[in-house]
Every structure is written in structure tokens, then in C-alpha cells.
Design a binder for this molecule. Sequence first.
Ligand SMILES: [Fe+2]
Ligand SMILES: [Fe+2]
Length: 147
Amino acid sequence: MTDELWITLDPSLLVGIPEIDQQHRRIVHILNNLNAAVKQSGESAELTARLFDEMIDYVRFHFRNEERMMQQQGYADCAEHTAAHTRLLEEVLRLRADFVSGNEFGVLQALKDWVILHISSSDVRLAAFLGGAGRAPAGTTEHPVAR
Ligand SMILES: [Fe+2]
Ligand SMILES: [Fe+2]
């Protein structure tokens, strides 16, 4: 009954750069674990806070990794994409307080939404530049995917 994963990376969210896709899978995996832990009422707030911090650390690592790739390859939208990362990280840090004070599901939903939004817009464009199978047309900006 609860075997179904909360977030899945469907094919439209695979950007075609193995290193990036693998890291996105890891972020989704951590978020799924976090969601499962919150759902199990027996799990302590301490554990879920620790999982939340693990997620922050990994997202920070992933963002730095993408930023290094952008800089090394001279990506034209590097500044814009980096600024999006900075805003997202600030938002996650802000949401942490919300999370530990009891709004776990609201925060998780917000995180799920931004992961999908950022990958489907900014990361797909970056990957297309890096030579992956990014499918976004030029000029696509951050907006939710249709399906
Ligand atoms: Fe990104
Ligand atoms: Fe990413």
C-alpha cells in the first residue's frame, strides 16, 4: 500500500548527463525517505530533522557541482542559474524552521514542487548545453511541466 514512491523522476526529468541525473535521483531518494519518516508517526522529530539536514547538505553539494560544470564550460546563463540555486537554498533553510515546528507536509510539498520545477526548466537547459539529451526549447524559463 505504501510501496509507491512519493516522488519519481519520470523520463522527462532525466536530463541526459549521467552525473547530474544520478545526483537528482539521490535528492529524490532523500526526499522520499524524509516523506516516509514523517508519515511514520513513531519516527522522532530528531530523526526527521537529521534527514532534513542531510537533504540540505546534499542539495548544496549538487548545486556546487552544477555551478562548477557551468563555469568550466562557459555556460552563458551561469549567473542566472547560480542565482536560482542561491534562492532555492535560502528558501530551504527558511523552510527548515517551518519543518521542525510541525508543518512537515507543507514543507515537503514545497520541496517536491521546486525540485521538479528547477530540473524541468533550468537543469534541462543546462544539460542541453553540456551535450546531454535536454529537451527544452531555447528560451524556456522556470515554469511547471505540463504533465
Ligand atoms: Fe540547477
Ligand atoms: Fe540540479
